[in-house]
Unconditional design. Structure first.
Length: 286
C-alpha cells in the first residue's frame, strides 16, 4: 500500500513515472474495458480512478467497453438463450435491440457517471453516432454481427478536444442504417489505428500471454510480431487469446506504438503498465 511507503520511496515512485508522463502527455491511449473489472465494484472503481488519473496528468484516454455478461442476463430475462459461434454472439433483431439497450442505455451511462464522481467529463457514444463505426454483415449464420469497413474518428477527436473522455459502445452502422453488434476488441484496435494512438490496452481476465496455461507466473512480458505468430503456430497462444492477439498485431502493424494485454483483476494494472519500468501483462510491438 502507498501509505506503507516511506517518503523517500514515494518520491522514487513519482520520479520513475516522470519519464512516462512526459512521453504520453497529450497522447491518445485507447483502453478496451471489459471482463471482471466491469463486474466487480471494487475493481470497477479502481479502473475508473486510474483512468481519471491519466486524464488529469494530460493523457487522452478513449474507452471502448464490452458488456457480454449483462447482455446475457437481460436475454435470460427475455427468455432468450445466448448462442455463440467461434466466440461471437449470434445476433437476431431482438438480440440486437437487447445489446443496444445494455451497451448504450446502461453500461455507457454508468461509466460516464463513475467518471463524473472524479470530476472527469465523459461522454457516451454509440459507434453509430457520427458514423464512427461503419460495418457490414460478417456472415449470415451470425445475423447482425458486424465486420468493420471503416472508422470515422472526427467525432471522437472533437470530443477529446473539448476535454471529454469518449466512452464508446461497440455498435456499428450499416449502409442502410441497420445496427451491427461488433467485438469490442476489434473495435478498440481499429479505433486506436484511426486515432494514431500511442497505446492500445486490452483489459482482460488473464495475466497476459502465458507460456504454460496452468501457471500464471509464466507470463510472456513482451512479444514482437514475428514472435507472436510463432507462438500462435506452436499453440502457445490459443483459444480466446488468438483474436485479442490478432487485434494487437493489426494495431502495431498500422502505426500504434505498443499494445498491452493486462489483467483487470489486479488493482491498478493500468498504472503499473503505463508508469512503471517493469510493467504488467504482455506488451506487443512491431
Amino acid at each position: 500500500m502507498v501509505n506503507q511507503l516511506t517518503p523517500q520511496q514515494k518520491a522514487h515512485v513519482l520520479l520513475e513515472s516522470l519519464s512516462y508522463i512526459k512521453t504520453f502527455h497529450k497522447q491518445i491511449v485507447v483502453i478496451k474495458y471489459g471482463g471482471n473489472a466491469m463486474i466487480n465494484n471494487q475493481l470497477k472503481e479502481c479502473v475508473i480512478r486510474d483512468i481519471a488519473l491519466l486524464k488529469y496528468i494530460g493523457i487522452n484516454p478513449v474507452i471502448v467497453h464490452g458488456g457480454g455478461p449483462e447482455i446475457n442476463e437481460l436475454m435470460t430475462l427475455y427468455k432468450k438463450k445466448p448462442e455463440f459461434i467461434n466466440g461471437l454472439r449470434v445476433t437476431d433483431e431482438e438480440t440486437m435491440k437487447i445489446t443496444e439497450m445494455v451497451l448504450t442505455g446502461k453500461i455507457a451511462p454508468e461509466i460516464v457517471s463513475l467518471f463524473s464522481n472524479h470530476d472527469i467529463k465523459a461522454l457516451g457514444l454509440s459507434g453509430k453516432d457520427g458514423n464512427i463505426i461503419n460495418a457490414k454483415q460478417k456472415s449470415e449464420e451470425l445475423g447482425l454481427v458486424g465486420e468493420i469497413t471503416s472508422i470515422n474518428p472526427e467525432l471522437i477527436l472533437s470530443v477529446i478536444e473539448k476535454g471529454y473522455v469518449p466512452v464508446i459502445s461497440p455498435i456499428g452502422i450499416g449502409e442502410n442504417g441497420e445496427s451491427y453488434n461488433i467485438n469490442a476488441d476489434e473495435v478498440a484496435g481499429k479505433i486506436a489505428i484511426s486515432l494514431n494512438a500511442k497505446k492500445l490496452i486490452l483489459i482482460t481476465d488473464v495475466a497476459g500471454v502465458l507460456e504454460n496455461h496452468q501457471d500464471p507466473s509464466t507470463v510472456i512480458s513482451a512479444l514482437n510480431i514475428n514472435e507472436a505468430y510463432s507462438y500462435i503456430k506452436k499453440g502457445i497462444i490459443k483459444g480466446g487469446m488468438i483474436p485479442k492477439m490478432f487485434c494487437c498485431l493489426n494495431a502495431v502493424s498500422n502505426g500504434v506504438e505498443k499494445c498491452h494485454i493486462i489483467d483487470g483483476r489486479q488493482f491498478h494494472s493500468i498504472l503499473l503498465e503505463v508508469f512503471t519500468d517493469t510493467g504488467i501483462g504482455t506488451m506487443i510491438t512491431a
